[in-house]
Design a protein around this ligand. Structure first.
Ligand code: HEM
Ligand code: HEM
Length: 204
């Protein structure tokens, strides 16, 4: 019975208050939610660092003898990255269909995150770390904007799940709404610029 009361009392769940009588009290431990919040920050920063590192190191070590974007490996990297990004885009439709199935939704969200990360990173290799045309530049900027926006959106969406109280929860929900208003137009930009790029590289 005592246990039940302790569990339900939020004040007693908080390990941060120090008992002045018992000086041998254990050091306050980091809670599960705080740990998940920390993982969330590390994941977000890690993704930005990974993309920036690939671009900077790739650019400085690149030699045109390795491969070119126009044909062979470079061309196939463009197709693979492009297809993964298209699959990531399907999330918008799947989300609406699977709304009532949280388990499948969870798997789709994880798959979406993987495709949304791996696709743009493959595209970085496809570009051979250089930009030579306006259409290529626009497609690349749009890809990296959607990638960055996705990483930031994930930070908020996962943050909602890990929210420690209602105020934080409501605040993050508001951020997710604002974020979506930016993310969705960026998706259109990516789709359009990708199509223009593919047409342009086959025309000229
Ligand atoms: C969102 C996906 C893609 C992005 C961001 C992207 C970006 C780029 C960039 C930055 C270049 C370097 C040369 C330039 O600036 O024009 C390039 C070259 C090229 N890409 Fe893509 N690409 C994508 C998808 C594709 C796909 C799916 C194909 C093929 C179906 C493709 C075919 C090519 C070809 C043939 C070149 C060489 C053309 C040239 O150097 O002018 N790309 N791409
Ligand atoms: C080029 C890559 C990407 C594309 C094309 C893409 C596409 C999409 C689409 C179409 C949606 C649904 C928007 C809606 O109608 O509400 C979405 C939502 C989302 N994406 Fe991405 N995304 C990409 C990358 C990423 C990345 C890298 C992450 C995280 C690491 C991410 C995280 C999210 C999150 C958190 C949502 C909202 C989830 C929800 O409301 O259920 N995305 N994305």
């Amino acid at each position: 019975m005592d246990n039940m009361i302790n569990k339900e009392d939020p004040a007693l769940e908080n390990n941060n208050s120090i008992d002045p009588v018992n000086s041998f009290q254990e050091k306050p431990k980091i809670s599960g939610k705080q740990k998940q919040g920390l993982n969330n920050i590390l994941f977000t920063l890690g993704m930005f660092t990974l993309a920036a590192t690939i671009w900077l190191i790739g650019g400085s070590l690149w030699d045109d003898r390795y491969y070119v974007s126009e044909e062979g490996l470079g061309y196939w990297l463009g197709i693979c990255g492009g297809v993964l990004i298209l699959i990531a885009m399907l999330y918008a439709f799947v989300k609406r269909k699977l709304k009532r199935n949280p388990v499948l939704m969870r798997y789709w969200f994880i798959s979406h995150t993987i495709f949304g990360i791996v696709g743009p990173l493959i595209i970085l290799f496809h570009t051979t770390f250089q930009v030579g045309s306006y259409n290529g530049a626009t497609a690349l900027i749009a890809t990296m904007l959607v990638f960055s926006s996705g990483v930031i959106g994930r930070y908020f969406v996962v943050g909602v799940r890990n929210a420690v109280d209602e105020t934080q929860h409501d605040k993050l929900i508001k951020y997710v709404r604002h974020w979506r208003a930016i993310h969705v137009p960026l998706l259109y930009l990516l789709f359009m610029s990708g199509v223009v790029h593919v047409i342009a590289v086959h025309m000229y």
